[in-house]
Design a protein around this ligand. Structure first.
Ligand code: NAD
Length: 528
């Protein structure tokens, strides 16, 4: 592995991240200041950047109260007018991509390449729903039970105030992108970012307000999940959660008890099946990103690779060589291909997965160690062999730059191994014969399957719903349902003349006879 030219010190903090900006951003958090603030640190140095205010239950209730008041006015604003805000916001978000990436990097430690890619997600989501929202939200007239004299209209009503709970791995994208369709649909939003990574969502919200989003409509509360979660869920009309499967179960239970809907986007243990006709060079490039992109902290990233016996040695050698030449380091420029993990705590979790695997008989092919010389939370890109399901990293999501290589003899065996997991978020199949690869992809139990890519093609296809199955989630983001889930349906039915039931004096049996023949005739005429 070549290491980015060793810097004696961590890189200087980006010039745009001033103390004044940090103070202005955290002032947006709903907090009376009575709780001890959270020391939000710069990952590359471990130094405290700013004290993040924490929200008490009454702060959260106040945020919901303000959001609810703003939502009533927003919902009464015509959809076209609401969408104008997002047209302006689209430009502002792109114009501020570098400043946003600065904040994403200081708080998450990811490399610049990933940070800038992350800034593109909310504008992509906006673009998609700017095209679809008006149509999706327009009242749709449907037929009624009696032709000509009755009709029903499907009316989309905003849920009210949507609570969003976001993780740290894509703080800007998960803090903003899921809020965009909710806001377009006429809702208010209260978001709870992770304490470690609250800055970039706060900045994104300030840009939305600059674009004309009414003040008060998009609130931010901060705190540790178990402290903030219950009050947030109890005040919300819908919950959008992105995070681990363990937390997803807690959130889903509470939402269920409150009889509100929720969308849960959870973890994965994502497999990649490489077929024997694969183009090795293309696959290596795709696998490097799929495994090590965002330092392995992408919910859809690949943690298990199944290689065909006939090409195992060749493919392994190419992948290991490419991994060892990755450029890893701390920099606020586009140099490093790999950045830091989000925190020393998370690095210890990744290390514990590797140590556990080795103790139980796995082999480290490359990597396997922290890199304190690069920063407090750096970990080497790591390839393991001999991983089994009695090892933590054989079954539980590691969420770091660690992958296990497995050998398979038949495609049937590879499919069975890929499906042998409680998760079902993402999978990847590689091969030159597209029909064969697609047929195999359809047999994988996952909400997203990429053919000849690891994850980006599915995630960036904003017109198609993207979610997990099995323990990887409930519901989806993107596609029509990514917006419609934030609405309730009102079935507004109108009867112009009271024609149902027997006419005065008509025998009930005669009425039944005419009703049944009417049903037959409607079926023949294609009237539903
Ligand atoms: P996490 O579940 O620990 O935390 C996610 C968020 O939930 C944080 O804001 C946290 O403060 C909050 N939280 C924690 N406990 C809570 C509780 N009891 N009540 C309310 N909120 C609570 O997850 P994490 O470690 O921050 O994030 C990484 C996980 O997120 C990984 O499992 C990853 O796969 C998953 N993820 C999934 C997707 C997806 O789209 N499926 C996307 C990104 C991340």
């Amino acid at each position: 592995m070549t290491v980015a030219p060793q810097k004696p010190q961590a890189p200087a903090r980006p010039a745009s991240v001033t103390d004044d900006l940090l103070r202005r951003l955290v002032a947006r958090v709903s907090s009376d200041g009575s709780r001890t603030p959270w020391p939000l640190t710069e990952v590359y140095t471990g130094e405290v950047l700013v004290e993040l205010p924490q929200s008490t239950p009454s702060d959260i209730e106040r945020a919901f109260g303000e959001a609810r008041a703003a939502q009533v006015r927003w919902a009464a604003t015509p959809v076209k007018q609401r969408l104008e805000v997002f047209k302006r916001a689209h430009t502002l978000l792109i114009d501020n991509a570098h400043r946003t990436a600065d904040l994403i990097q200081v708080e998450s430690g990811k490399n610049r390449r990933m940070a800038i890619e992350e800034t593109c997600d909310p504008p992509m989501v906006m673009s998609h729903y700017l095209k679809r929202a008006e149509k999706l939200l327009a009242p749709t007239k449907r037929g009624g039970p009696v032709p000509l004299v009755s009709h029903s209209t499907e009316i989309r009503v905003p849920k009210g105030v949507v609570g969003i709970i976001a993780p740290w791995n894509f703080p800007f994208a998960t803090g903003l992108s899921d809020a965009i369709p909710a806001l377009m649909a006429g809702n208010a939003v209260v978001v709870k970012p992770d304490n470690k990574t609250a800055l970039s969502p706060l900045f994104g919200i300030s840009l939305l307000e600059e674009a004309g989003l009414p003040k008060g409509l998009f609130q931010v509360v901060c705190g540790e999940g178990p402290d903030v979660g219950p009050t947030l869920i109890d005040n919300a009309d819908y919950i959008m959660f992105t995070g681990s499967s363990a937390t997803g179960r807690v959130i889903g239970e509470r939402a269920g008890r409150n009889l509100i809907g929720c969308c849960l986007e959870l973890g994965g243990k994502n497999p990649m099946i490489v077929l024997d006709d694969v183009d090795a060079e293309e696959w290596v490039r795709g696998a490097l990103f799929g495994v090590f992109g965002n330092t392995g902290q992408i919910c859809m990233h690949i943690e298990r690779i199944y290689l065909p016996d006939s090409r195992y040695d060749e493919l392994k050698a190419a992948f290991v060589a490419a991994t060892e030449s990755l450029n890893i380091g701390a920099a606020y420029d586009f140099g490093p291909e790999l950045g830091s993990l989000v925190s020393p705590d998370h690095m210890r979790r990744v290390q514990s997965h590797v140590d556990d695997a080795v103790a139980k008989g796995a082999t480290v092919v490359t990597g396997g160690k922290p890199r304190p010389d690069l920063g407090p939370a750096f970990f080497e890109p790591t390839i393991l062999e001999g991983v089994t399901t009695d090892m933590e990293c054989g079954v539980i999501e590691t969420f770091g730059p660690v992958v296990a290589l497995h050998r398979y003899r038949t495609v049937e065996e590879a499919i069975a191994l890929a499906n042998d997991t409680e998760y079902g978020l993402n999978a990847s199949v590689w091969g030159k014969d597209l029909d064969r690869a697609v047929a195999i992809a359809q047999r994988i139990e996952a909400g997203n399957v990429n053919v000849n890519d690891a994850l980006a093609t599915a995630f960036a296809s904003k017109g198609t719903p993207s979610g997990g199955v099995k323990a990887s989630g409930v519901g989806a983001r993107h596609g029509d349902q990514g917006l419609l889930k934030y609405t309730d349906v009102q079935n507004l039915a109108v009867l112009k003349k009271q024609v149902m039931g027997p006419r005065p004096g008509q025998e009930y049996g005669d009425y039944v006879g005419s009703m049944l023949s009417g049903l037959k005739m409607m079926r023949r005429l294609g009237i539903r």
